[in-house]
Design a protein around this ligand. Structure first.
Ligand code: WQD
Length: 344
């Protein structure tokens, strides 16, 4: 298949591109390079040993989207492009609705015009908000709290409505829990743009000496060690799920639901902030000093997945444990200091 992959030079998108290429498909990549670097395109090609087609484009440029989709001759879309930070979305909702919703409407409208019927969407566990029941299943209430989570829920709703309106359209929303780690080659990984919002990228910058100390946002939660619990999942496991998802939508595997489906991508196991910190200290063999500060607004105390539906319906299970995730993340961080610096 020829696969259109938006956000191709981003963290998840670049790893997905490598796996899609490895599966024998061709990649037509789009990225506006607003939060990634063009060198990642070449890193994808070096890692996969194959070239990709690349277009620099902001998906909010509807004419630009139309021009590419009119000529791209693709069979499916993997849609990753968007902003992804909970705290940032609270401070700047317009930016999130513009980049995550307007951009998606442009993309899906052009896809409909050009008969591109197979869509896999990069969604998020943040659509569940503060999940009342744990572990979280795909039947858990959709009740996002942050503007980021709300934008993901809006696009999922659009995809469901599109599948209902267009019999030929099939879509699968993959709800990531907390992606961390990097490709074992050390050639692609997460390059934080400015000050990292997420835990592990920040920890790795403390380990590398780029930052002095980790601030732990609260240790007074109702958890065993007082810090928040999340379901961390290796980015390569997430990427591999997208290859399986492409096949599933191609087979219209979710046809009984008007062609729309949603799956949790997590390990099913939660780890606290302090547990992750200890795993990173073991992986990096660095002290990684930390201090406890006030809670971060919007943080849920505990969230982790029930991943059984992805196992049953996609044949996908996370393969990597926390120590491997941290070791792979560190391997990329320490081998790409100059690329990290260029993004700061
Ligand atoms: C994890 C824990 C923080 C930074 C992420 C992504 C979102 C979505 C879900 C895919 C929290 C604590 C963090 C720091 C800290 N994934 N923390 N000090 O908020 O769960 O959301 O996963 O869509 O895209 O943002 O992840 O890594 O920001 O926080 O103590 O410097 O680490 O309070 O408890 P989060 P995170």
């Amino acid at each position: 298949m020829r696969v259109l992959l938006t956000g191709v030079t981003g963290y998840i998108g670049s790893h997905a591109a490598v796996e899609v290429l490895a599966a024998g498909h061709d990649v037509v990549g789009i990225d506006d390079l607003s939060a990634s670097i063009i060198d990642t395109r070449h890193a994808i090609e070096r890692t996969a040993g194959r070239k990709i087609e690349f277009h620099e484009l902001d998906l909010r440029d509807a004419k630009g989207v139309e021009c590419i989709l009119a000529h791209a001759d693709v069979d499916a879309i993997l849609h990753f492009a968007g902003r992804k930070f909970v705290g940032e979305s609270v401070a700047d909702p317009i930016r999130y609705y513009s980049r995550n919703v307007t951009a998606s409407v442009n993309l899906l409208a052009a896809a409909e015009r050009h008969g591109i019927n197979n869509i896999v969407f990069s969604s998020s566990c943040t659509v569940y908000g503060d999940a009342a029941e744990l572990p979280v299943t795909e039947h858990s209430p959709i009740s996002p709290v942050s503007p980021y989570g709300k934008t993901k829920a809006v696009v999922e709703g659009l995809l469901e409505d599109l599948c209902h309106a267009q019999e030929a359209t099939r879509a699968l929303a993959l709800r990531y829990f907390n992606p961390i780690g990097a490709h074992p080659s050390g050639l692609i990984g997460e390059i934080p743009w400015g000050t990292p919002n997420n835990l592990v990228p920040y920890v790795m910058q403390v380990a590398s000496g780029q930052r002095a100390v980790l601030s732990v946002f609260g240790d007074d939660y109702d958890t065993p060690d007082g810090t928040c619990i999340r379901d961390y999942v290796h980015v390569v496991d997430i990427a591999k799920a997208h290859v399986l998802a492409l096949d599933a939508v191609g087979r219209n595997q979710f046809g009984n639901r008007d062609g729309f489906g949603a799956l949790n991508l997590g390990t099913g196991q939660g780890h606290s902030v302090l547990e992750v910190l200890d795993a990173c200290r073991a992986a990096t063999r660095r002290p990684i000093p930390h201090h406890v500060v006030a809670r971060r607004p919007g943080d849920a105390a505990v969230i982790y997945a029930d991943p059984s539906r992805a196992a049953n319906e996609l044949g996908w299970r996370a393969q990597h444990d926390l120590v491997t995730m941290c070791a792979d993340h560190w391997n990329f961080t320490r081998n790409n200091a100059e690329r990290q610096a260029s993004a700061s």
